[in-house]
Structure formats: C-alpha cells, structure tokens
Design a protein around this ligand. Structure first.
Ligand SMILES: CC(C)(COP(=O)(O)OP(=O)(O)OC[C@H]1O[C@@H](n2cnc3c(N)ncnc32)[C@H](O)[C@@H]1OP(=O)(O)O)[C@@H](O)C(=O)NCCC(=O)NCCS
Length: 157
C-alpha cells in the first residue's frame, strides 16, 4: 500500500497513538514491548511515509483451536488430531486520523501474508473481535464466525 510501510515494531514512538479504543491504545503504549520480549506476541506497525508516525499496528502469536470447536464442514477436511495449529491476529488498530483509508484492510492482508509465509505451520488465522462492529469488519474480509462464538472468527491460510 503506498504511503505506508509495514514493519516489525522497533524503536517507534508509541506515545501519541490513538485509535478510539482506550484498551487498544493502552496495550500499544504500555504492553507491546513486554509481550515481544517474552515472545507472547509480535507486533507489526504501519508507518506513515510523510511524517514517520505509527498509523496502525497488529499483533501475531501462535495459538490452537480444538477440532470440535470447528463446524463439521471445516473439521471433516482435517486430520483427527485434537487441536488444529493456528495463528492469532490478537490485536489490530488504525489511528483515528488514518481510519477509512483502507489501512485496516492492508494490515489484515499483511498479517495473512506473513502468517502464510511462516515456516511454522498454522492452518488458519484466528481473530477475536472486540465488538460486533469489529466482527463485521472481519466478516466483510472473508473471515467466518466460529459456531457458538459471536466474536471469534477464522480464515483458512
Ligand atoms: C476497525 C479498524 C481497524 C478498521 O480500520 P480502517 O483502516 O478504518 O478500515 P478500512 O479503511 O480498511 O475499511 C475497510 C472496510 O471496513 C469497513 N469498516 C471500517 N471500520 C469498520 C468497523 N469498525 N466495523 C465494520 N466495518 C468497518 C469500512 O467501511 C470499509 O468497508 P468498504 O470497503 O465497504 O468501504 C479501525 O477502525 C480501528 O482501529 N478501530 C478501533 C479499534 C478496533 O475496533 N479494532 C478492531 C480489532 S478488535
């Protein structure tokens, strides 16, 4: 996507980031480096080419889903192991001043590509949407809702 570059979080300035969700802002400002250091989740940022500021971020981590949580349609194509390896798109946010410019879509696409290229197998990408608006954002991008989970969605990698 022109105008932004997406790269692993390093020494970027996180203090000014504001996306409209206090919880996500707090996470990005206070928790990301600790999660990275402990290998709990890795964080990737979109940097605005014009001013070098962080315009958005997402996090990736390994996860797994119990096979019996999947719909019969998904499960019947998979081996009978009790759990399925997956990649968790744990958090995603775009700064308020950059929302509506398709950066959210670009960040999800980057996350899917990064996970697909990984040498560690993950059958699907999992997202936990924070509310119905976020769930419909992911559903519009092709994620499917897990049975009995309104806000957990998956996409095959
Ligand atoms: C949700 C969020 C990441 C979307 O980022 P964005 O860059 O503004 O979205 P885009 O410009 O890429 O929008 C892509 C499409 O999703 C739609 N969309 C954007 N935000 C949406 C939302 N919150 N709910 C539903 N649809 C949304 C847009 O209308 C657009 O649809 P269109 O192609 O039909 O026009 C961003 O609004 C955000 O950070 N919000 C606050 C935090 C949050 O809710 N995070 C969600 C993760 S749990």
């Amino acid at each position: 996507m022109s105008g932004y570059r997406i790269e692993p979080l390093a020494k970027h300035d996180r203090k000014k980031f504001s996306c409209g969700s206090a919880e996500l802002d707090r996470y990005f400002r206070e928790q990301t480096t600790q999660d990275t250091r402990r290998r709990i989740a890795f964080c990737f940022v979109a940097v605005n080419d014009d001013d070098g500021e962080v315009a958005g971020f997402y996090t990736l981590a390994a996860t797994s889903l119990a096979l019996d949580r999947l719909s019969a349609e998904w499960a019947h194509k998979l081996p009978r192991y009790p759990v399925v390896p997956a990649v968790l798109l744990g958090r995603l946010a775009v700064a308020t001043s950059h929302q509506g410019k398709r950066l959210g879509i670009a960040l999800v696409a980057d996350a899917v590509m990064r996970a697909s290229r990984s040498e560690i197998a993950g059958h699907m990408m999992v997202v936990d949407a924070k509310d119905e608006r976020a769930a419909s954002f992911y559903a519009n991008l092709g994620f499917e809702r897990l049975p009995n989970h309104t806000f957990r969605l998956i996409m095959r990698l």
